[in-house]
Design a protein around this ligand. Structure first.
Ligand code: HEC
Length: 150
């Protein structure tokens, strides 16, 4: 509870500073989360989808393992970023964290499935992960045009 309050205060401080028009940085329009989503989340997820569902030949488990670790790392990073502009209320914040926690949980299970070379489970988990991406985007009314699908 205390952590939530502190987090809230910190975030409120952040958004206050960000709305001041005086110090404009070159790429401030794009939120840190947007950048992370585009440059890391989407990239690693697309790579995994391709590897697991579409690549020819044997699955490269060492590579899958590397990507699974990256996915887990990206999901963890989301927690430490400032809230994106569309997360405007405490309720929205709860929803945001709930989806992110769900993704974190699924990413952990995926890392496990790769370690066990459990391909059917990897496929199921990747499909579920894709649904969590979509659910969060849908809740925040984001129209993700280039979101990968299996
Ligand atoms: C906890 C909620 C949440 C989850 C889960 C989530 N995203 Fe996002 N995503 C967002 C938000 C919020 C933005 C917009 C950020 C902004 O514009 O500031 C975004 C933006 C994006 C974008 C940029 C789209 C654009 O056109 O601006 C891509 C691509 C993306 N997400 C891919 C993914 C993928 C792939 C996954 C799952 C592996 C995923 N996201 C999981 C909340 C989420």
């Amino acid at each position: 509870m205390l952590a939530m309050i502190m987090l809230h205060t910190a975030l409120a401080g952040c958004s206050g500073a960000a709305s001041k028009p005086t110090t404009v940085q070159p790429d401030k329009k794009q939120s840190e989360l947007d950048k992370l989503m585009r440059e890391r989340m989407n990239k690693v997820f697309s790579t995994l989808i391709f590897q697991v569902f579409h690549a020819e030949g044997d699955l490269d488990f060492a590579m899958a393992n590397k990507n699974a670790a990256e996915l887990q790392d990206v999901v963890t990073s989301v927690r430490n970023l400032p809230m994106p502009p569309m997360v405007t209320s405490d309720e929205a914040k709860q929803v945001f964290f709930t989806y992110n926690d769900e993704l974190k949980h699924q990413a952990e299970k995926f890392v496990d499935a790769v370690a066990h070379r459990d391909r059917p489970n990897m496929e199921t988990l990747l499909t579920n992960i894709g649904q969590t991406c979509n659910q969060c985007h849908h809740f925040f009314r984001l129209d993700i045009k280039d979101a990968p699908e299996r």
